[in-house]
Design a protein around this ligand. Structure first.
Ligand code: FAD
Length: 375
C-alpha cells in the first residue's frame, strides 16, 4: 500500500483501489470519479511514484553439454537470496536445450524459468544472447540480472549492460547491501583489496565470482515458460571448439593440483595426474609450463590465464610469482610443495612442504590411496 496525505492506494489481487478523503473507487473506474482519478494520477506523476511495479531478479542459467554448470547453482542461490532480501520474485533465463530437468531448478528457490528452446543457442554467441536476454529481462521486469563471473558471464554481461543502460558490477563476492541504496562488494587489484560499488541505475547487473557464494537448495519446482523468440542470424561463425583435457573443468573444481617449472618437463606429469584423479581434482599449471607446451593453455592459471577459487589449491614446483597468485589467491586453502624454503609462494600458503617434489609426490599419492582404502 502507498499513502501520501489523505491519498491512499493499494492492490488486492488484480483490483487496484484508490482512496482520496472520503472518495473510494476501484480499477474498473466509475464515470463520476474519473475526474478525481485524473487528479490523483497527476499527483502521482508529479511525485514520480510508480504505483505498483512488478519486479524480479533474473538469473542466467548457464549450461554445457546439456548439463547445468556448478556456477549456475551458485548464481541461483545468490539471486534467490537477493530476491528474498528485496521481497520480489526470482526467475531464471535459459537459452538452448538441456538434458536435465529444468523444473527441478525450483529447488534453488526460483519460481519461473524462461527458456528459448532452440538448439542453435547451445553454443554461446554473446551478440545473439544479449538481444534475447534483454527482451526477456524487459518482459520479466527484471530489476537485477545475475550472472556467474565465468566465461559466459564475462562475454554477455557488459554488452547487456550497454543495451539495457544498466549499471554493472563484475566479480561480486557478497550479497548487495540494499539498506542504503544498492552496494555491491567485489575484489580489486587481483584480490589484494575490496571495493564497494554503488549501482544507481533502475536495472542492475551483477556477475558473481565462482566459489564466492554457497549453494543453497531445498524443495520446489519451477514453472517452465517457453519463450517464442527466434534468434537472429549470428554474424559470428563458430568453426571449432577445443576442450581442456581434464575430466573436471578447472573453473568448477573443488580441488586443483597444479604444477610449475619445478616439474622439469611434461614427462613428469604422471604423478600430478594420478594425485588429481585420487582427489577428484582438476589439473592446472603455471604460465611458463603452458608456454613451453608441456601442458595445454586451458590449464594455465594466473593473471593472464584462468582465475580460480577452489577449496584446495595444491601448487607443486611453482615459485608463487605475483602474476600466478593473481589467479589462485581466492582459493580457500593453498598448499605448496617447493624445494626452496625462500620460495615466495610459502608466504601465501596455508600449508607448506619444503622438499623435492619427486620424493614427496609418490609419498603423498600413497597416503591418499591408504586414506581411500586403495592401498
Ligand atoms: C605480464 C605477465 C603476466 C604473467 N602471467 C602469468 C600467469 O597468468 N600465470 C603464471 O603462472 N605466470 C605468469 N607470469 C609469469 C610469472 O611471472 C612467473 O614467471 C611464472 O609464474 C613462474 O612459473 P613457475 O613458478 O612455474 O616457474 P619458476 O619461477 O621457474 O619456479 C619454479 C619453482 O619450482 C621450484 N622447484 C624446482 N625444482 C623443484 C623440485 N624438484 N621440487 C620442488 N620444487 C622445485 C623452484 O624452487 C621454484 O620456486 C606472467 C608474467 C608477466 C610478466
Amino acid at each position: 500500500m502507498w499513502k501520501c496525505g489523505n491519498v491512499e492506494m493499494w492492490k488486492c489481487g488484480n483490483v487496484e483501489m484508490w482512496k482520496c478523503g472520503n472518495v473510494e473507487m476501484n480499477g474498473v473506474g466509475i464515470v463520476i470519479y474519473t475526474f478525481t482519478y485524473f487528479h490523483i494520477s497527476t499527483l502521482i506523476n508529479f511525485f514520480e511514484f510508480k504505483i505498483i511495479k512488478p519486479m524480479s531478479v533474473l538469473i542466467f542459467i548457464d549450461h554445457t553439454d546439456g548439463h547445468f554448470k556448478k556456477t549456475t547453482y551458485e548464481a541461483l542461490s545468490y539471486g534467490v537470496a537477493l530476491a528474498r532480501q528485496m521481497a520480489i520474485p526470482a526467475e531464471g533465463v535459459l537459452l538452448g536445450t538441456v538434458t536435465e530437468d529444468i523444473s527441478a531448478l525450483g529447488k534453488y528457490g526460483i519460481q519461473k524459468v524462461h527458456q528459448v528452446k532452440n538448439e542453435s543457442l547451445n553454443a554461446l554467441d554473446p551478440q545473439v544472447y544479449i538481444r534475447i536476454i534483454a527482451a526477456i529481462a524487459e518482459s520479466a521486469k527484471a530489476t537485477v540480472i545475475v550472472f556467474s563471473h565465468n566465461s559466459s558471464g564475462k562475454a554477455i554481461a557488459p554488452g547487456l549492460s550497454a543495451r539495457l543502460n544498466a549499471g554493472l558490477v563484475t566479480g561480486a563476492i557478497a550479497l548487495p547491501d540494499t539498506s542504503k541504496g544498492f552496494l555491491v562488494k567485489k575484489n580489486v587489484f587481483s584480490g589484494k583489496a575490496f571495493a564497494t560499488v554503488s549501482i544507481k541505475s533502475p536495472v542492475k547487473i551483477i556477475s558473481l565470482n565462482p566459489n564466492a557464494y554457497p549453494i543453497a537448495s531445498g524443495e520446489g519446482s519451477a514453472e517452465l515458460l517457453n519463450e517464442q523468440i527466434t534468434p537472429e542470424t549470428s554474424r559470428v561463425k563458430l568453426k571449432s571448439t577445443s576442450k581442456s583435457s581434464g575430466e573436471i573443468p578447472l573453473t568448477e573444481a573443488e580441488v586443483v593440483v597444479s604444477g610449475g617449472r619445478g616439474m622439469k618437463g611434461p614427462e613428469n606429469w604422471g604423478p600430478i595426474e594420478e594425485l588429481a584423479k585420487l582427489l577428484h581434482a582438476a589439473t592446472a599449471c603455471s604460465r611458463p609450463v603452458a608456454d613451453a607446451g608441456w601442458r595445454p593453455h586451458g590449464e594455465h592459471v594466473g593473471q593472464t590465464g584462468i582465475a580460480i577459487a577452489p577449496n584446495l589449491y595444491l601448487a607443486i614446483g611453482i615459485s608463487g610469482a605475483i602474476q600466478h597468485l593473481a589467479g589462485v589467491n581466492r582459493s580457500k586453502i593453498i598448499a605448496v610443495i617447493n624445494k626452496d624454503p625462500e620460495a615466495p609462494f610459502f608466504k601465501s600458503a596455508d600449508y607448506g612442504i619444503v622438499g623435492d617434489a619427486f620424493e614427496i609426490l609418490p609419498k603423498l599419492i600413497q597416503a591418499v590411496k591408504k586414506l581411500r582404502g586403495l592401498a
